[in-house]
Design a protein around this ligand. Structure first.
Ligand SMILES: Nc1ncnc2c1ncn2[C@@H]1O[C@H](COP(=O)(O)OP(=O)(O)OP(=O)(O)O)[C@@H](O)[C@H]1O
Length: 264
């Protein structure tokens, strides 16, 4: 069993169901400590939401999970993935990001065709056969619920897509590499409600195959989308548990204040 020692809340997840686990991680920007002693285990094939006020450390924590903080911040502690501590200079960061993909707040497609946005990373990882590339393009666009909208315009520039379509392309680009885990940093915050709803539907489908960890400021989104929720405050994990429990009976006063909109 993986125990999340979180002070206010402890949840138990059978070891074999843990996709990734942080053990007492601290993150520093220079001398400024942004994350303290964060130990969280994320279950496979579930959506886990990271919530908390602006500046509480959600993005910093999320970016540590696939070494996006390399060169920006110092991350101490262990991040266990497939029995390996991936928070080690000995571990190939390129491989880490192949297995643990990331989608950012602002859709950031490359200024290339829709197809090339997906094939670019595949080619970098040594996949060149045209049939295989075409197959992966279709599979990933279907999985991101974008195929029907773009199947006749794969050679058009990705910059011609709407914000919501561009974000689904970024999701497709990440899953084309067949990762295990998908990290999303407020993926819908720049989108309108219809596009947001499409992203949420896509994520619900994707969790059948992927473990999803999402930062969101939107409490309704966290409560309707996620299975587990971690609440961050001033760089610490205050509580972590099943979303239903966190939203209906939070243990800490500060969690209750945050989710009821009384601060942040
Ligand atoms: N690149 C950086 N350099 C220096 N300090 C940073 C950097 N990024 C974040 N910080 C600091 O780390 C702390 C946590 O920031 P972080 O962006 O992780 O919080 P957050 O909860 O994701 O906030 P938001 O919801 O506004 O994105 C803040 O004090 C922030 O100023």
């Amino acid at each position: 069993m993986g125990k999340n020692n979180l002070g206010a809340e402890t949840i138990m997840i059978p070891r074999e169901e843990i996709a990734i686990e942080t053990k007492k991680i601290d993150v520093y920007y220079g001398s400024n400590k942004a994350i303290s002693n964060a130990s969280l285990a994320f279950p496979r094939f579930k959506i886990s939401a990271l919530i908390g006020a602006s500046g509480s450390g959600k993005s910093t924590f999320l970016r540590s999970l696939n070494r996006m903080n390399d060169g920006i911040a110092t991350v101490k502690g262990e991040i266990m993935y497939r029995s390996t501590n991936i928070n080690s200079v000995k571990v190939n960061v390129y491989q880490v990001r192949k297995h643990i993909g990331m989608v950012f707040q602002r859709p950031n497609p490359f200024a290339r065709s829709i197809r090339n946005n997906i094939t670019f990373a595949l080619k970098e990882h040594g996949i060149h056969g045209e049939d295989e590339l075409n197959k992966r393009v279709e599979e990933s666009l279907r999985a991101a619920a974008l195929w029907d909208e773009v199947k006749d315009s794969l050679d058009k520039s990705a910059l011609s897509l709407s914000g919501g379509q561009a974000q689904r392309l970024c999701i497709a680009r990440s899953i084309a590499l067949k990762p295990d885990i998908l990290l999303l940093d407020e993926p819908a915050s720049a989108l309108d409600p219809v596009s947001t709803s499409k992203i949420e539907t896509t994520l619900r489908e994707l969790k059948k195959k992927y473990t999803i960890i999402i930062v969101t400021h939107n409490m309704q989104q966290a409560s309707r989308l996620s299975d587990y929720t971690a609440f961050f405050h001033m760089g610490k994990v205050v509580e972590y548990g099943q979303t239903n429990n966190i939203f209906t009976s939070p243990r800490a006063n500060i969690t209750e204040k945050y989710i009821s909109g009384n601060f942040g």
